[in-house]
Design a binder for this molecule. Structure first.
Ligand SMILES: *Cc1c(COP(=O)(O)O)cnc(C)c1O
Length: 462
């Protein structure tokens, strides 16, 4: 057998051939990628043998943690028995049927049907096709506008990136595609604090931006509104409690379909099965991916509420849309095992009653740190905003990229936290224990202290 390749050799091959997503290729080639070799529970190990606490669950997805044998066994068994068959030609596979049935049980009662894909992005492409088809079938084809929000993340395909509100993504490739418009996000710190609004009053204001957009677009032209219950990639932005119920009221008033992108919030992350349950609204459609398989294999889909499903089924005829891997049997088998494990380990209750509140307490203490302007959590999502002047809440100049300074310390200290601007965010695996939260928070505090020391040393605070 060949000797294992060194990290340097792997890095050279990586930069010679592998174009990474959302990456400055040349910048990465200069540094060399960190290569992750194995994982267990909430920890990763790289090829240099460093142990790293994964406070991001991979990419918001490894909800049951790494190394869960039940998922591995489900995949192995299904691969041996039937690695693939499609669902196009009036056929189905057992895992796809059983997963559809199981999803109808764990999602809110308005959901009895699912359309499968392999990712969050594809699912949101399905959303665009499906909501427009719905209005077509109802004889209102002009109802095609979809309203989304600035700084939303809905994936990276043409439709996903267009629904999303990321300026950097829109700047490349001629996006957004026509018929998708954006309103401001419900981010109190940026848009409500200086006007002196309470969070609750701001939540209502932010919802009314939706009503204004519906009215200016003409309600007869608006198909749907889409949002993440809590924006993830945008920086774990937790809207005020008043926001979503008011958004729902407005959507109902104008007949606009309400779509919840549950790719991050779904499957227990917020302490309920789905983020809409935590935020108190009842969407007509839900996008899911990531946590449905805990990322062990790719799977996504759209939960289709009865309002839409009845029209498509009873009046729609053929829906000219689908993916080769819609209902992939191996992915569905893994999802079934994953959902089984979430239920068996009572992970949703664990987040809601135990580790979620425990993390909230720890973050309330981190809020006292001199660099932290606000600290927020919901279930097992958390954000720390780094500020230059705590008393006034002044931001650091963007050019300092303080979030990246802090992230550099996290990298060296062995904890994975993500920087979105100056918001440091986490979303650890749901299996995390109290003792592991203590360990994680101690690492985070240490990284904040090191970042503060940098800021003092370089005179960035004044
Ligand atoms: C990650 C994400 C997506 C995209 O999912 P992919 O599987 O990367 O295509 C869509 N919506 C939200 C809210 C996400 O966090």
């Amino acid at each position: 057998m060949n000797a294992p390749r060194t990290t340097a050799e792997l890095q050279a091959a990586d930069s010679a051939h592998f174009l990474h997503p959302f990456t400055d290729f040349q910048g990465l080639a200069r540094k060399g990628a960190r290569i992750i070799e194995r994982a267990e529970n909430i920890y990763l190990w790289d090829t240099e043998g460093h142990k790293i606490l994964d406070a991001m669950s991979g990419l918001w997805c490894v909800n049951v943690g790494y190394g869960q044998k039940a998922l591995v066994d489900a995949a192995t068994k299904q691969m041996q028995q039937l690695p693939f068959y499609n669902a196009f030609f009036q056929t189905a596979t057992v895992p796809a049927i059983e997963l559809a049935e199981r999803l109808a049980q764990v999602t809110p009662p308005q959901f009895q049907h699912v359309f499968f894909s392999s990712s969050g992005s594809e699912s949101n492409d399905t959303i665009v096709r499906m909501v427009r088809r719905y209005w077509d079938v109802l004889g209102q084809p002009q109802r095609s506008i979809i309203i989304s929000r600035h700084n939303a993340y809905h994936g990276s395909t043409m439709a996903g990136a267009s629904l999303g509100g990321m300026i950097g993504m829109h700047a490349q490739g001629g996006l957004p595609i026509p018929g998708i418009v954006h309103i401001e996000q419900p981010y109190w710190w940026d848009h409500g604090r200086e006007q002196g609004l309470t969070r609750e009053a701001f939540g209502l204001q932010a919802a009314h931006w939706l009503e204004e957009k519906i009215l200016s677009s003409g309600p007869e032209n608006v198909a749907a509104f889409i949002g993440e219950p809590i924006q993830g990639a945008g920086g774990v932005i937790i809207p005020p409690s008043t926001y979503w119920p008011e958004v729902q009221r407005i959507c109902r008033k104008y007949g606009v379909l309400l779509v919840s992108d549950e790719v991050i919030c779904g499957f227990g992350r917020t302490g309920q099965w789905f983020g809409c349950e935590t935020m108190g609204f009842e969407p007509d459609l839900m996008t899911f991916a990531k946590g449905v398989t805990s990322g062990y294999v790719p799977l996504g889909g759209v939960m289709v509420g009865e309002r839409v499903a009845r029209v498509l089924i009873e009046q729609g005829g053929e829906f000219n849309h689908g993916y080769t891997y819609s209902g992939h049997p191996v992915a569905c088998a893994v999802a079934l095992a994953n959902i089984g494990l979430i239920q068996e380990l009572k992970l949703v209750e664990h987040v809601r009653e135990d580790v979620g509140p425990y993390l909230a307490q720890a973050y309330a203490q981190l809020a006292e740190h001199p660099l932290v302007g606000e600290a927020q959590t919901c279930g097992l999502m958390g954000a720390l905003l780094l500020v230059k002047d705590k008393a006034r809440g002044t931001a650091f100049p963007e050019a300092l990229a303080m979030g990246m300074v802090c992230r550099g310390h996290c990298f060296r200290e062995g904890v994975i936290m993500r920087a979105v601007g100056d918001r440091m965010i986490i979303a650890p695996p749901l299996v995390i224990t109290r003792a592991q939260i203590d360990e994680m928070v101690a690492l985070i505090r240490r990284c904040l202290d090191l970042t503060l020391a940098d800021a003092v040393k370089h005179g960035w605070l004044h």
